[in-house]
Design a protein around this ligand. Structure first.
Ligand SMILES: NC(=O)c1ccc[n+]([C@@H]2O[C@H](COP(=O)([O-])OP(=O)(O)OC[C@H]3O[C@@H](n4cnc5c(N)ncnc54)[C@H](OP(=O)(O)O)[C@@H]3O)[C@@H](O)[C@H]2O)c1
Length: 325
């Protein structure tokens, strides 16, 4: 497995997103033993970069990752996130990156993860009610105290990134980026290159859709996040199947799977990029990790670059207001 750096943090260039093991997608929490085997297999195959968040579960996903890392903590770079749960009484569903909330959140995450330091601690969404300078100020204190090693932001816009980075170096920004969600290309990636900040694409498989394995929205149960996404609804879903089929056809030409092609395309987008595909199954983690060995030709990359845009927004209106802010 090749490695890259997110600023001065060394990570395997393919990570593992743990969210779906406990939260968000159909089947979450149904087989923790297989989820833990998946984390162990990833580590065995050279993945060092694990992604979780306080809000996944809530809490259950950090506990699961902590359990999986018992006796193996030194093999992993652990990233988690705060800010989607308020610890100051703002109420359910309210963002909270106030200093008081972060101070409570970090101790909870450390405990659940069974560690005395978090390698990369991200703000999950920019909080409109707390100046980013105050948030990063308290994160800098946590670095001083040794509770966290690096600071990250998720779904932050260019101005927020610049303001945060002026207070304390930001190691990585994590935002959605995949063949069918390319918003970061224009406004965010250039700023990261300029400031020397690493990039972590989340949902790199398009929430599973780009793998071609999802053929009907009927496959989702009522807790599945994809039920809220316009792209996965009705007519949009049907139209998007053609896009998944195109990825599948290119994959067949390359002699790889669609998931591997979606990841190899991201890896070709820059040096300091480390996608975190999510899966709770050993066989799929093996498949996804094998994309490390795939080099796409300029022609194949151009073909993938020119895929038609997805039908429908990725997020509903309420979620859209929280991203790239
Ligand atoms: N910062 C943020 O706001 C944010 C938001 C969303 C996610 N994330 C992070 O990013 C990680 C990855 O994103 P994601 O889980 O949303 O989406 P993703 O990685 O694009 O796709 C995950 C989905 O694809 C399926 N899958 C994985 N590998 C597959 C394969 N080889 N063939 C067929 N299906 C496959 C998984 O199902 P199975 O699990 O059943 O295999 C799961 O349903 C998350 O785990 C989380 O840590 C961060």
């Amino acid at each position: 497995m090749k490695h890259t750096t997110l600023r001065d943090l060394d990570v395997s260039r393919i990570g593992l997103g743990a969210m779906g093991m406990s939260f968000g997608y159909t089947g979450a929490g149904s087989d923790d033993a297989e989820s833990i085997r998946t984390i162990h297999r990833a580590l065995e195959l050279g993945v060092t970069f694990l992604d979780t968040a306080e809000v996944y579960g809530p809490y259950a996903n950090e506990e699961l990752v902590g359990k999986a890392l018992k006796g193996r903590r030194d093999q992993a770079v652990v990233a988690t996130k705060f800010g989607m749960i308020s610890h100051t009484g703002r109420g359910p569903g309210r963002l909270d990156s106030s200093p008081a909330s972060i101070r409570t959140a970090v101790d909870g995450s450390l405990k659940r993860l069974g560690t005395d330091n978090i390698d990369l601690y991200y703000q999950h969404r920019v909080d409109p009610d707390t100046p980013i300078e105050d948030t990063v100020g308290v994160l800098a204190e946590l670095v001083q105290q040794g509770k966290i090693r690096h600071i990250g932001l998720s779904e932050a816009g260019p101005d927020t990134i610049r303001r945060a980075h002026a207070v304390h170096p930001v190691t990585a920004v994590q935002s959605e980026y995949s063949l069918w969600t390319r918003d970061v290309e224009e406004r965010v990636l250039p700023v990261l290159r300029e400031l020397g900040i690493g990039f972590v694409p989340y949902s790199p498989l398009g929430h599973g859709f780009l793998t071609g394995a999802i053929r009907s929205p009927e496959e989702f149960d009522d807790t599945d996040w994809r039920k809220t996404s316009p792209r996965f609804m009705g007519e949009n879903f049907q139209r998007n199947l053609a896009l998944a089929d195109e990825v599948r056809a290119i994959a067949a030409d390359v002699g790889a799977t669609p998931a591997q092609i979606a990841l190899a395309w991201l890896l070709a987008k820059g040096e300091h990029i480390a996608p975190i595909p999510g899966t709770k199954r050993v066989a799929r983690v093996e498949e996804n990790i094998a994309s490390d060995g795939i080099e796409l030709t300029a022609e194949q990359l151009a073909e993938l670059d020119s895929l038609p845009p997805a039908a429908g927004e990725d997020h509903n209106e309420e979620q859209m207001r929280m991203i790239q802010r």
